[in-house]
Design a protein around this ligand. Structure first.
Ligand code: ATP
Ligand code: MG
Length: 223
């Protein structure tokens, strides 16, 4: 049996806005095995990003349980969650979220500075990841000197550099033209072949199609 990387049980996220309450996520349970490639799809406002933020330990559920690599993280405090998040989760965002006026290599090294990984290995690890995303020739370029697709490849290298157990990506091709989007799709495919567990929120059919499993969300529930 394959190892379960993530188990979520009955996740609920309530937002109070004025006097009304929004159930952004309304009782989602899921299990994700090591090495799976999952696409989370659904209409705008259906709760995909909210679910992703809870799975990625960026936000805590109103109720429900999250078990990451066998340990229950539901009751951990923010600082403990941040430590686990940095070690176990690699994030890729629609808008890249790179540091401006900072070189590719420094952007990729950033998560290592918040880890326990030996400093003498940082540069080598970052260079290895830039090679993996085929951007070695842009390692000293600042992020504002890169194309959109190159920025996203730096962001993917940054997400991989701590060797996390899960890569989470929210609309990673959303700001790219279709040709560049395909390159990023191919890159995720390659990473998954190498054994990475990948969970992607997407409206992009090309990206959703290559996933082994699609999870469809409607009104905060899996359908
Ligand atoms: N911080 C917040 N406060 C109040 N309501 C929120 C908040 N964040 C999200 N919501 C609401 O929760 C619901 C789900 O939002 P979410 O961002 O998860 O949707 P989504 O599926 O990611 O949509 P999209 O495809 O447009 O990104 C929406 O109705 C949204 O308005
Ligand atoms: Mg969203």
């Amino acid at each position: 049996m394959r190892k379960k990387v993530l188990v979520a049980k009955d996740l609920v996220k309530l937002y109070k806005v004025g006097t009304s309450e929004i159930r952004a996520v309304n009782g989602v349970s899921l299990e994700i095995d090591e090495g799976e490639f999952i696409a989370i799809v659904g209409k705008s406002g259906s709760g995909k990003s909210t679910l992703m933020h809870m799975i990625g330990l960026l936000d805590t559920p109103t109720s429900g349980q999250i078990i990451l690599n066998g340990s229950d993280v539901s009751f951990l405090k923010d600082n403990e969650l941040a430590k686990i998040r940095n070690r176990e989760i690699g994030f890729v965002f629609q808008s890249f979220n790179l540091l401006p006026r900072t070189s590719s290599i420094d952007n990729v090294m950033l998560p290592l500075k918040y880890s326990n990984i030996d400093k003498s290995t940082w540069r080598q690890k970052a260079e290895d990841m830039l090679r993996l995303v085929e951007l070695s020739d842009r390692k000293d370029n600042k992020s504002n000197e890169l194309s959109g697709g190159q920025k996203q490849r730096v962001a993917i290298a940054r997400a991989l550099v701590t060797d996390p157990s899960i890569i989470l990506a929210d609309e990673p091709t959303g700001n790219l033209d279709s040709k560049t989007g395909v390159e990023i799709v191919e890159l995720f495919k390659k990473l998954n072949k190498q054994g990475k567990t990948i969970i992607i929120v997407t409206h992009d059919d090309d990206l959703a199609k290559i996933a082994q499993r699609q999870i469809v969300i409607r009104d905060g529930k899996i359908i």
